[in-house]
Ligand binder design. Structure first.
Ligand code: ADP
Ligand code: MG
Length: 728
């Protein structure tokens, strides 16, 4: 057997759970201890300074230099108590990972000693050497200047011996170079417009925050086996590998018992999360073998996004300590369920109301319906932009692959709410008092407070109402949630502003407030009902039906991304102060570049692995067969030989056949790459990689997977699917 696969298997078979001694502490004793939270701030700041920080967080007001100094000094003292020696501005550049540049607190003094220094200016701004982060042309590399700036809405935290300060990352001229900046702007936009709309129902509402509860799916694979797969190491997914004889058909993994090694990993991860104030709550197996899910309790969207980025980083680190590799890729194994990241989203007021939760009275239910219907209208009007927000090379494998919501955006609301909307659609003009009270009592008043049982059944919808929140299910597992959250909050913010002005206009014309609201909502139901779909989103019928309804179905990223830069989108982003035209263009460029680079790498890696691993193995095995046939020929009479050697001769031919196909396909693929590489326009290049290069990945794989089936197991150099997925 080839040494690497053999050694990896041996190593993984001998593996024991890694038991890290975690302190015997209750969650309540450790929760948030590594976070510079409100309490630590209150204890360490003067009351005036504390008030100013809270105001900055809630109202976006400026923090004076003096207060920044106070916060910095408090942070430093708090951090040093936790053994911290360095600090970093922690940010989320568009590369998809988090970035940090550590600086030590200490500074040498003129007397040859050192002091710990950290003041307001270091807290508020830093200038990392940013030339190697993608900027989509905003910032020329020779200029290389980007700034990170403190985000006081997300608390600083300690990782290891470093104080991490959440920051935004912007260019010298102020353009967003990260995920967080547009998100913060979108959250501000929705705060404004949602609060304005709330005032129709409740004058006390002063602030509205978007909430997010994500559910992260992932695979855990033994480190040694993973490392023996060059394709997985370099691309995060397997480019080769025949499906195992047993897959997920028995459904014995989902909610099955979690293996001990995995439990040990999860326990340590949870411990780390608790200390960082990440309220992880559920853990369970997912559908595929070796697939798991982690979900915290929801929080304000900005914090939840930071927590998700942080946790992906943490998971990677903790997994290594347990000799696992964590895979976030949306489709690490062909033929096996992929991973997603459901984004549960709602709006919550400072009066403690969840705006997507039906209430007890017709009045609160009208408020609920207002936000509910406006969200549907927003999704309807900007379905293509939502599709763009989840587009990536890796998520393309999942969308429309009969396991994940399709690339067609639709909204599932459940039968009860469907009926409510049908009734509401009958509203017209000035409401007759009888009709209105009937409507309020029997329709609006009858929305049950708890809709959960009724709404959560359809798992095939990309955007589903689940009782008290919408769940955006088409988000990819590698994605930064900020992307979908920026778009979702922007489109709903915009929609709510329209709603307010249309309703106000009707009120001005003499309609009562309720009548006006009913009328506008009715018009929205009519305008957006073709986005509502209750059936099986995975079926082919739905594709036809969606086409008839005029809904778009853009299966691949390069063209899906067009929606980022249409005039409609740019105006939307500008109107809501979320992104300028330059920023939208830059993002589009970066996403296209990321797309073709991913396919380019996959194509190169597959060319190498097919050429260096698969073909030589096939040739060696073929030689064995040839020798055997020669031997048979020398000892057997011709007629007997013909009979017994027939199958082996066929195998020899099949191997030759597949080898030539692989080599020919590889040549063709390289040619297509060369053509694509000459294209300068990023969109055209991405399309070329999508249409001309990517199809070779499947074709080469097909031939290789067939070879894997016939070649002597002892010689096959790459850990097989059954080994990767089923060894624990
Ligand atoms: P599943 O989809 O696995 O069945 P649930 O539907 O129970 O799980 O989803 C629960 C997720 O929804 C959790 O992450 C939870 O924190 C989140 N969630 C619950 N309420 C809200 C809300 N108001 N806003 C945002 N997320 C929420
Ligand atoms: Mg879910």
């Amino acid at each position: 057997m080839p040494t690497i696969r053999f050694a990896a298997l041996q190593e993984s078979f001998n593996r024991k759970p890694v038991n890290i001694n975690l302190p015997e502490k209750r969650v309540s004793e450790i929760f948030g201890m590594h976070v510079f939270n409100d309490l630590s701030m209150k204890e360490n700041l003067t009351p005036e300074a504390y008030k100013m920080v809270i105001e900055a967080r809630e109202k976006g007001s400026k923090i004076s230099r003096d207060v920044a100094d106070q916060v910095a000094s408090a942070m430093k003292n708090w951090a040093i108590q936790h053994g911290v020696t360095h600090y970093t501005h922690w940010f989320q550049p568009l590369t998809g990972t988090t970035a940090e540049k550590h600086d030590a607190f200490f500074e040498p003094t003129s007397t040859g000693q050192a002091i710990e220094r950290f003041d307001g200016s270091l807290l508020v701004q830093q200038e990392p050497d940013a030339s190697s982060f993608p900027s989509g042309g905003i910032r020329n590399t020779f200029e290389a200047r980007g700034y990170t700036a403190w985000d006081p809405t997300s608390p600083a935290f300690v990782m290891g011996t470093t104080l991490c300060i959440p920051t935004v990352f912007v260019s010298y001229t102020g353009e967003a170079l990260d995920y967080k900046t547009p998100l913060l702007r979108a959250l501000q936009a929705i705060d404004k417009t949602a609060t304005d709309v709330c005032k129709y129902f409740d004058k006390n509402v002063q602030r509205t925050t978007a909430t997010l509860g994500w559910e992260q799916e992932y695979f855990l694979i033994d480190k040694a086996l993973f490392n023996a797969r060059p394709d997985m190491v370099l691309t995060g997914r397997s480019l080769l590998g025949h499906a195992p004889a047993k897959g997920q058909q028995l459904e014995d993994h989902y909610f099955g018992s979690i293996p001990e090694r995995v439990i040990a990993f999860m326990r340590e991860l949870e411990f780390e999360c608790y200390r960082l104030g990440i309220p992880v709550k559920t853990r369970h197996n997912e559908v595929a073998p070796s697939q798991y899910e982690l979900a915290p309790i929801y929080s304000e969207a900005n914090i939840a996004v930071d927590h998700n980025s942080l946790i992906m980083d943490l998971m990677d680190k903790v997994a290594r300590r347990h000799d696992f590799k964590v895979l976030f890729h949306e489709k690490p194994f062909a033929g096996v369920n992929g991973s997603g990241k459901h984004n549960n989203w709602s709006l919550s007021t400072d009066t403690g109301k969840n705006l997507l939760s039906p209430g007890k009275t017709p009045k609160t239910n009208l408020m609920f319906l207002t936000f509910f219907i406006n969200t549907i209208k927003a999704v309807h009007d900007h379905a293509d932009l939502l599709r763009a927000a989840i587009a990536s090379a890796s998520n393309d494998h999942r969308l429309g692959a009969n396991e994940a919501p399709p690339a067609i955006i639709s909204v599932f609301i459940g039968s009860q709410l469907t009926r409510v909307l049908q009734e509401l659609e009958k509203v017209e003009g000035k409401l007759d008092p009888d009709f209105k009270s009937q409507l309020k009592l029997n329709v609006v008043g009858k929305i049950p407070e708890i809709l959960l049982d009724n709404t959560d059944r359809n798992r095939t919808s990309p955007f589903a109402f689940t009782g008290n929140k919408f769940e955006f299910r088409a988000v990819g597992s590698t994605a930064n949630c900020a992307q979908s959250m920026t778009v979702l909050n922007t489109i709903v913010a915009d929609q709510l502003r329209d709603f307010k002005s249309e309703t106000d206009a009707l009120i001005k014309k003499g309609l009562k407030k309720d009548d006006a609201i009913f009328n506008v909502l009715r018009s929205y139901i009519t305008a957006s009902k073709n986005i509502l779909f209750e059936g099986d989103g995975y079926s082919d019928d739905w594709k036809d039906e969606a086409a008839k309804r005029g809904l778009s179905n853009i299966p691949k990223t390069p063209k899906a991304l067009d929606a980022y830069v249409t005039e409609k989108t740019i105006e939307l982003f500008e109107r809501n102060g979320v992104m300028s035209r330059i920023e939208a263009d830059a993002r589009h460029e970066i996403l296209l570049e990321e797309y073709f680079k991913k396919i380019q790498i996959e194509s190169r890696v597959l060319g190498d692995v097919a050429g260096n691993h698969v073909v030589p193995t096939a040739i060696a095995y073929q030689n064995t067969l040839i020798e055997n046939v020669r031997g048979l020929k020398s000892v057997l009479d011709e007629p007997v030989f013909r009979k017994v050697a027939k199958e082996q001769l066929e195998m020899i031919t099949e191997i030759s056949d597949r080898i030539s196909k692989i080599l020919a396909l590889r040549e063709e693929m390289i040619e297509e790459r060369k053509i694509a590489n000459k294209i300068n326009n990023a969109r055209e290049k991405a399309i070329a990689y999508c249409d001309k290069v990517a199809p070779f990945l499947d074709k080469i794989r097909y031939e290789s997977d067939k070879l894997e089936l016939i070649i002597d197991d002892e010689r096959w150099p790459l850990p097989k699917y059954r080994e990767l997925l089923f060894s624990k």
